[in-house]
Design a binder for this molecule. Structure first.
Ligand SMILES: Nc1ncnc2c1ncn2[C@@H]1O[C@H](COP(=O)(O)OP(=O)(O)OP(=O)(O)O)[C@@H](O)[C@H]1O
Ligand SMILES: [Mg+2]
Length: 344
């Protein structure tokens, strides 16, 4: 979002990343769906950044580009200052693959049913040269203990189907940890778990982040989970970051009308909103989008300008940006906390 000053300790910088998917049938009718449009953000060392937005807003598309599962149409990905996209996806260095790990939504799908739990940990340990063959079982047991699967020996030789969903997600976390990553991209890691189990896994991620000074991109459609874990929240709508702020700020002084609607729909968070906007529904137009703000058709505060031109990201407070025409006149590079003044 038009980042003005680079934080010195950025581990990952995404710059103007766009991704369009071809859709439709036949040569002539081939159209493109806008999944990401000029997305900019940074993740600092040891920082948890939450990506929040409704289904189809582009959260997993961002994850897929960072993991080199797809190639963005344009933009840059800098990891520890290195331009990651300069390498072919298949040739992406072992070092990048080691330092950036992913945890998926479905722990069952991400574990191989024919292999034991210990196999899932020993394999990356050996592949990335983290220990010798003789040490591997001992190190794998330590990892299981670290993620709360105790006594580790009881879990080691079981298969994924012999574990609960929460336990399987802990194995997936242990596997990511095995290679000593710098950044973990967690795509809805708790959304398939029971609420009672969810808090335990979130607490585990928080502990690991502190102990290992790990950075996280935490993808969720649930602001309450973001509140639990994230230092900063990026709100995504129709492939664009529409608001970015430190978590407490975003929850207490949401500025963008979409964030305010999202918060109003989150019972745990909505108590802090004094005047929620009236709820609206609908889907953004991602194929042949209009030139204006993607949220304008749903926005209770939309003006003529909103349908005509895409708003820029305006700095409205310290580390607080909103991509909304309402905030154009409030742009303050001194960082005064003036977002609340805009809430009618
Ligand atoms: N391979 C593809 N081909 C065509 N369209 C795609 C493809 N992958 C994703 N999309 C579209 O891109 C948009 C963003 O998808 P994405 O998976 O990033 O959403 P998301 O925010 O992760 O949603 P969810 O919360 O449902 O997981 C959606 O409209 C989706 O349908
Ligand atoms: Mg997704």
């Amino acid at each position: 979002m038009g980042v003005d000053t680079k934080k010195p300790e950025a581990v990952l910088s995404i710059e103007k990343m766009s991704k369009y998917y071809p859709v439709g049938q036949g040569f002539r009718s081939r159209q493109k769906l806008r999944a990401l449009h000029e997305v900019d953000f940074e993740v600092g060392r040891g920082e948890v950044v939450a990506l929040v937005g409704e289904s189809g807003s582009g959260k997993s598309t961002i994850a897929r580009q960072i993991m080199r599962l797809e190639q963005p149409d344009s933009g840059r990905i800098l990891f520890e200052g290195q331009d990651v996209l300069k390498e072919e996806p298949r040739g992406a260095s072992l070092s990048y693959r080691q330092k950036v790990q992913m945890i998926f939504q479905d722990p069952f799908g991400s574990l191989n049913p024919v292999h034991t739990i210990i196999h899932h940990l020993v394999r990356p340990l050996l592949r990335h040269g983290k220990c010798t063959k003789a040490q591997a079982r001992g190190r794998a047991l330590e990892l299981l203990t670290e993620v709360g699967l105790e006594p580790a020996a009881d879990f080691a030789d079981r298969h994924p189907y012999e574990l609960s969903g929460g336990q399987r997600q802990r194995v997936a976390i242990a596997r990511a940890l095995a290679v000593e990553p710098t950044l973990i991209v967690a795509d809805e890691p708790t959304s398939m778990l029971d609420v009672s189990i969810r808090v335990g896994v979130l607490n585990l991620l928080e502990r690991l982040r502190q102990q290992h000074r790990l950075s996280f991109i935490f993808i969720t459609h649930d602001l309450a989970s973001a509140y639990h874990l994230a230092d900063r929240v990026l709100v995504l709508y129709a492939g664009q970051i529409v608001e970015e702020a430190p978590t407490a700020k975003l929850l207490s002084e949401p500025a963008h009308p979409y964030t305010r609607l999202l918060l109003a729909a989150t019972p745990q968070a909505s108590a802090s909103i004094h005047q929620p906007l009236p709820a609206t529904s609908g889907h953004p137009e991602l194929v042949n989008p209009s030139p204006g703000c993607a949220f304008a058709p749903r926005c209770p505060l939309a003006m003529d300008q909103c349908r005509q031109s895409m708003p820029k990201a305006h700095l409205i407070g310290p580390d607080h940006r909103s991509r909304c025409h309402l905030h154009a006149s409030e742009t303050s590079h001194t960082g005064g906390p003036n977002a609340s003044a805009l809430i009618p």
